[in-house]
Every structure is written in structure tokens, then in C-alpha cells.
Design a protein around this ligand. Structure first.
Ligand code: PAF
Length: 279
């Protein structure tokens, strides 16, 4: 497996692949890899001649310095996992390589970034769009793979690709869950044993909301019942539970053709997100 820390040699390597008419699949990550990431690597390997993974904890997408400092970093273990998977190359740049000059560029995706994650993490999606644009320009993959767990992020990246005319196909791969339903996330590693058990409540809340909607309960009622449930378990703080149209993220009152439920909550000090497509 080739490991690149600098842009120039990575580009030369990719150029050779393109010259041989090979397709390039790209899996951008922030490391602390788990089976959800591995499912993206495997999807890329199935579709493409070569698979490139990036591991970079992007400071620009953290609106909270403590969250950035505590983000799990397990580079050696990640590289070993990627080696075992037969990933062709990894790009793990330094901050100086990615942000050689201070960035003043900001992205605004209108409604897509003012609600849900955007409301609770101002500036987050601007930072995601900035680093994903840089990575797409560097790697120029044929296909890029993202996890459905970060559904709002995927919608933002779809918009970025379509407005900036990146010639990259995007694939949103299903959420990989633990046996109790908890969506796999790098942040799960930060949960205490007790909070790890409690964290399955997010998925339970999504199932409860789905069931409630099928019985014509309002989202307001569902939300307050979920809040009561979280309070009775203790240590879980709901940020949002929304029913939206999965094509444009606009809020819905009732389940439509392409609806999705999205949730965010703090379990202890760890902020988790999850979602459930209803169609
Ligand atoms: O989803 C992630 O891990 C990150 O937001 C991404 C897309 C790698 C950009 O830093």
C-alpha cells in the first residue's frame, strides 16, 4: 500500500493510474476507521481499478476546539486495517500541506446548511466543503464514497459537486450498525461503558418515531415522548429529531415519498447523529 503525505507524489501516482485507463475510487475519512469505513473501501474496490483513502482530521470543520482535540486519532491502526483490506493508497497530509495559506474561502449552502447539523455546528459544512473541494481537486477520482450516517453532509457534497461541475460520481452507502442498532461512528470510541449502552437509544428513538408516524402521531408529540424517554434513561440530551424530505432536507409534517428521520443527541459528552430513510 502506498502512503502519501504530500500532494505532488500522490498526484504523480494517480496520473500513472489514469494513463493506464484505470478508474479511481476515493474514500475520504478522518481516520479512527471502523466497519462503516471498511464498507466504503469494499464498495470502491468492487467498482474501481484502484482505491484511494484519505485520513485527515480537518480543523476547518470543527466549530469547537475541545471536540477537535478529543477527536480519536489512530493512524497506525488505520493504516494496518487499510493494508489488510488491500487498499491501494492512503493520503494522510499534515495541516501545512492542506492549508499552506490561511483560508478565507467560505461556503454557504442556504437552507441545506442552516438546519439540523448546520444550526448546531455553525461553520461546520463550510469547512467540510472546503476540505472536500481540496481533496477532490487533488485526487480527481471517478467515484467518491460517503456514509449515509452523515446524510446532511452527503446532500451538501452532492450540491458542491453539481454546482462546481466536478466530474465525480457520488455514492452514499448504507449505515453499518452495531448489534444493538447503534450507528458505527469514530466518536463511539469516546463513550464510557455505561454511555455506550445508552447510545443505542438514538436508533430506538428513530424506530419509535417511524412507528408513531405510521399511526399519524405528530412530530411534536413524538419529539416530546423521545425527550421523556431520554430523561428517564438519564444522561442523553436531544438536540434535534426531524422529519425531512431526503431530496432537499425541507421539513415535513407527514411521511412522503422520500422522507428521512434525522436525530442528534449528546450521550454524556459525546455528540452522536443517526438517521433512518422511510422509503
Ligand atoms: O465524513 C467525514 O469523515 C468528513 O467530514 C470528511 C468527508 C472526510 C471531510 O473531512
Amino acid at each position: 500500500m502506498h502512503i502519501f503525505q504530500e500532494i505532488r507524489p500522490l498526484k504523480a501516482f494517480l496520473e500513472q493510474i489514469r494513463k493506464g485507463s484505470g478508474t479511481i475510487g476515493f474514500v475520504p475519512t478522518m481516520g479512527a476507521l471502523h466497519p462503516g469505513h471498511i464498507s466504503l473501501i469494499q464498495a470502491s474496490q468492487k467498482d474501481n481499478h484502484k482505491t484511494i483513502c484519505s485520513i485527515y482530521v480537518n480543523p476547518a470543520q470543527f466549530n469547537n476546539a475541545a471536540d477537535l482535540a478529543k477527536y480519536p486519532r489512530t493512524l497506525e491502526r488505520d493504516l494496518e486495517l487499510l493494508r489488510q483490506q488491500g487498499c491501494d493508497a492512503v493520503f494522510c497530509p499534515s495541516n501545512a500541506e492542506m492549508y499552506a495559506t490561511d483560508s478565507i474561502l467560505k461556503f454557504d449552502f442556504g437552507y441545506l446548511n442552516t438546519e439540523m447539523e448546520g444550526r448546531y455546528r455553525p461553520g461546520h459544512f463550510s469547512g467540510v466543503a472546503l476540505v472536500v473541494s481540496k481533496l477532490f481537486n487533488i485526487v480527481q477520482p471517478d467515484v467518491a464514497y460517503f456514509g449515509q450516517k452523515d446524510f446532511q453532509q452527503f446532500k451538501i457534497i452532492e450540491r458542491l459537486v453539481s454546482e462546481l461541475k466536478f466530474e465525480i460520481a457520488l455514492k452514499c452507502m448504507p449505515i453499518v450498525r452495531e448489534s444493538d442498532g447503534l450507528a458505527m461512528s469514530s466518536r463511539n470510541a469516546r463513550l464510557s461503558k455505561e454511555n455506550r449502552t445508552k447510545a443505542a437509544q438514538l436508533y430506538q428513538a428513530l424506530l419509535f418515531a417511524k412507528e408513531g408516524l405510521s399511526k399519524n402521531k405528530s412530530m411534536a408529540d413524538i419529539r416530546s415522548q423521545v425527550e421523556s424517554q431520554f430523561n428517564s434513561v438519564g444522561g442523553i440530551q436531544l438536540e434535534y429529531l426531524e422529519l425531512v424530505d431526503s431530496t432537499n432536507l425541507l421539513p415535513l409534517e407527514n411521511v412522503g415519498d422520500k422522507s428521512i428521520l434525522l436525530i442528534a443527541a449528546y450521550v454524556g459528552e459525546v455528540r452522536l447523529i443517526d438517521n433512518l430513510l422511510l422509503t
